[in-house]
Design a protein around this ligand. Structure first.
Ligand SMILES: [Zn+2]
Length: 370
């Protein structure tokens, strides 16, 4: 619910918002009034009715005011208000359209502002866009056109994130979400083995817990999950810390696990030596990794390989080192594809596929999102 107010808050924080430039003083006052009402009056539970001046020209659920209008912050604010107001009674197809236009609008502004606003702002727009695209893909009401738009949108989100990563954004190995950010307990160094001889291989794992509930989840709820893993690893298994060096959630966020000072505890015995452990949250025997998680994994491994000069052939799935289902058949297919040198991983489904480099550049070719 908080996420829903992003466009409104962003509209308030644009000074002046591009769309607001064209408004008269009177309508601007009305708009600000509406925004205040939406932001402070709606709260997170029940939307209050809009005052007359806030109402779109038509409140008919079949023809909301935002439909067919050009992308603007004003439009995104209208869609958000509509989704929690009259849109509740609208057809599922129209609601799909609203989610898509909202996500595409955020993507549009993330792209157009990426060189002038802080990467954290761009990142939060991308995360909000991703959550809406994923909501569309997760919905039974989504038709094939909705799905292909959502998939295209997710691919563009991943592309922009890679761009952010390349320019020092939060998706690079140098800046994963810190242990502090997820509330990690201090490691017990007495139970850890130093990794003194560099890194020569990478092993990919899955957490084996279904990721569906974590799609679009906040950092706080993913953090809770990570703390549970750490507790199990340190408590029940008696390890010095969480076993993996990095963990990646379905939104493609990379979390710092065990410090690179230490050998991991993820591949068993000697297999842990000089072996970087990366865990994707989810059960990829049953489900498919999101394109965002795969893009983050691809970036993380690529960055690590170039830093430590690790050949592509030394990237493994856990079950190649030990009898286990980990990291599940769907993620194993990606690992095999990666090792085979194909930049495009195996396309399991529209939701899980990641485009080839060619389509990536196409997706960023400057034309609008729509
Ligand atoms: Zn594993």
């Amino acid at each position: 619910m908080l996420r829903r107010s992003t466009a409104l808050l962003e509209l308030r924080s644009q000074a002046p918002a591009p769309a607001a430039k064209h408004l008269s003083a009177g309508s601007l006052r009305a708009l600000v009034g509406c925004l205040a009402l939406l932001v402070f009056g709606f709260g997170c539970i029940t939307p209050a009715p809009l005052p007359p001046s806030c109402r779109p020209p038509s409140t008919s659920p079949t023809a909301p005011s935002w439909r067919y209008s050009q992308t603007s912050w004003d439009k995104l604010g209208q869609i958000e208000a509509w989704l929690t107001g009259p849109g509740r009674r609208a057809s599922s197809s129209l609601r799909m359209e609203a989610h898509l236009e909202l996500a595409e609008g955020r993507l549009h502004f993330a792209r157009s502002d990426r060189d002038r606003l802080p990467s954290t702002t761009i990142q939060s727009r991308l995360e909000a866009a991703r959550a809406d695209f994923q909501a569309v893909l997760a919905s039974h009401a989504a038709g094939s056109t909705h799905r292909s738009r959502a998939t295209r949108g997710l691919n563009s989100v991943a592309t922009l994130e890679r761009g952010l990563a390349a320019s020092g954004g939060p998706y690079v190995r140098s800046a994963p979400l810190s242990r502090q950010r997820w509330g990690a307990a201090p490691a017990n160094s007495a139970r850890l083995t130093p990794n003194d001889h560099g890194w020569t291989r990478v092993t990919v794992h899955h957490s084996a817990r279904p990721a569906a509930a974590m799609r679009g989840a906040s950092v706080a709820s993913v953090a809770e999950e990570l703390r549970r893993y750490q507790k199990t690893h340190m408590g029940e298994r008696g390890w010095g810390d969480i076993g993996y060096h990095y963990l990646i959630d379905p939104s493609g966020r990379v979390f710092e696990g065990r410090s690179l000072r230490w050998q991991g505890a993820h591949a068993g015995g000697n297999n842990n030596r000089q072996n970087l452990g990366i865990c994707l949250l989810g059960n990829f025997e049953d489900e498919r990794p999101t394109s965002a998680a795969l893009a983050a994994l691809d970036g993380l491994i690529g960055d690590f390989r170039s830093t430590y000069n690790i050949p592509r052939e030394r990237v493994y799935g856990h079950r190649e080192l030990k009898v286990t289902a980990c990291p599940g058949r769907n993620l194993t297919a990606w690992v095999e594809s990666y090792r085979g040198g194909r930049s495009s991983p195996v396309a399991h489904s529209p939701a899980a596929s990641k485009p080839s480099r060619g389509s990536w550049s196409q997706a960023t070719s400057g034309r609008g999102v729509r």
